[in-house]
Design a protein around this ligand. Structure first.
Ligand SMILES: N[C@@H](CCC(=O)N[C@@H](CS)C(=O)NCC(=O)O)C(=O)O
Length: 210
């Protein structure tokens, strides 16, 4: 088996795990409880120098950053119908949401979460928290518009961009109690009912502590 995923329940490694399941690829799962001290240790940083999950090894080659891991799996282990080619008219929309789900949304959610529950160095000022919440609100408004005439982000249907964003919505709801509009809530429920998502979530403890 060449693919080995370092995962922690409830975290961004769900994106990689969900995609592996949707693509039907064989993989080895290294699932660890979320533990900041372990992630910061030399032992774990020899696996991922950033001390984070996910980390994917493919035949000894390391890839980090959940959305980069997604692109890596889709291209190196594709072709997959969940990816959109650069010739496709929906390519820009696809790529934009695949990455915005992390850089323009989950990153801000993490900061806000850190403000509420984190300790140094994850605790930020209330002012920065307000800024992050503002960014999240804007992104959810943009999502509302995107979904007004369709069931998934793309007119052509479910894609890897929905996996990337589906995790973000899960994170927002589970960790910051974000309330969704009817449209976004229905979209999230559609994603959450996918067997591959359920599988990726199956090791989630009842009381998750991040
Ligand atoms: N942008 C990165 C973020 C990764 C990340 O922050 N992962 C969290 C779990 S969701 C983590 O491992 N945090 C440990 C830490 O920052 O100490 C990605 O998308 O993979």
């Amino acid at each position: 088996m060449t693919l080995k995923l370092f995962h922690s329940p409830g975290t961004r490694s769900i994106r990689a795990l969900w995609l592996l399941e949707e693509m039907g690829l064989p993989y080895e799962l290294k699932s660890m409880e979320y533990n900041g001290a372990y992630f910061a240790s030399d032992q774990y940083r020899s696996i991922n120098p950033m001390g984070k999950v996910p980390a994917l090894y493919d035949d000894g080659e390391l890839v980090i950053e959940s959305t980069a891991i997604m692109e890596y799996l889709l291209h190196r282990h594709g072709p997959s119908s969940l990816s959109v080619s650069s010739e496709n008219p929906e390519y820009a929309t696809y790529l934009q949401w695949l990455h915005m789900a992390e850089s323009g949304m989950a990153n801000y959610i993490s900061v806000s979460f850190g403000q509420t529950y984190g300790k140094d160095p994850y605790k930020v000022s209330e002012q920065f928290d307000t800024y992050c919440r503002f960014q999240i609100t804007k992104a959810l408004e943009m999502l509302e518009i995107q979904l007004k005439d369709r069931e998934y982000l793309l007119e052509s249907g479910f894609s890897a961009a929905d996996i990337s964003l589906g995790y973000t919505l899960f994170f927002a709801q589970a960790c910051t109690g974000t309330k969704f509009s009817e449209t976004v809530g229905a979209y999230f429920n559609r994603l959450a009912s996918r067997p591959a998502f359920q599988k990726a979530l199956s090791d989630l403890p009842k009381q998750q502590s991040f």
